[in-house]
Design a protein around this ligand. Structure first.
Ligand code: MG
Length: 185
């Protein structure tokens, strides 16, 4: 398998549910008590923090638009998540979420690229062509390819059909990303 040549200016974009934590089908995670890190993810984030310039989460959270959770509940959940990542010597530099409902016409949800541009406003040195998008859904892959990122599909591979042109790599989980990286010494 061809590896991704990663230099120190590369950025890792991550989807949340199904990548970082267990997805609960048909439900919204509104509280950190429901939040379960997937196996190996905390160890992965420690290693990845030494490889990538930034690690950035981009997540669709329409539970907000539906009134199932508030933005402050989501912010609190993310604070708890980041605290745990830091305790394990990893980092998440920023989190961008879209709380719009999918039925809202002018939404900012992936695969639309708004969240990536919000990130680049905050971190102007982000180069999308030196970025990797990891997600568990074809929507994430579409988002990544619109920005000319490398795309990595993991976990349940929602919406994936074989040989999909949006997908560069299919891996079992986020921790397996390390096996396809060739890092600058
Ligand atoms: Mg997901």
């Amino acid at each position: 398998m061809k590896k991704i040549q990663v230099t120190r200016d590369w950025v890792l974009f991550l989807d949340r549910d199904g990548v970082i934590n267990e997805r609960i089908p048909g439900e919204y995670i509104t509280d950190f008590n429901q939040f379960r890190f997937l196996d190996g993810v905390l160890e992965f984030l420690e290693k990845a923090s030494g490889i990538f310039k930034y690690i950035i989460l981009v997540t669709n959270q329409q539970g907000i638009g539906k009134g199932i959770m508030t933005e402050s509940e989501l912010d609190l959940l993310h604070e708890c998540m980041i605290r745990e990542v830091r305790r394990c010597r990893g980092k998440i530099d920023a989190i961008y979420y879209c709380g719009d409902k999918s039925t809202q016409s002018n939404n900012s949800r992936k695969p639309k690229t708004d969240m990536a541009y919000w990130a680049r406003e905050d971190f102007p040195d982000i180069d999308f062509m030196k970025s990797i998008m990891v997600g568990d859904s074809i929507t994430d892959m579409d988002f990544g390819k619109r920005l000319e990122m490398q795309t990595v599909l993991v976990g349940e591979c929602l919406g994936y059909t074989d040989q999909d042109v949006l997908v560069d790599y299919v891996l079992e989980g986020l921790p397996d990303l390390l096996s396809v990286l060739e890092c600058e010494k």
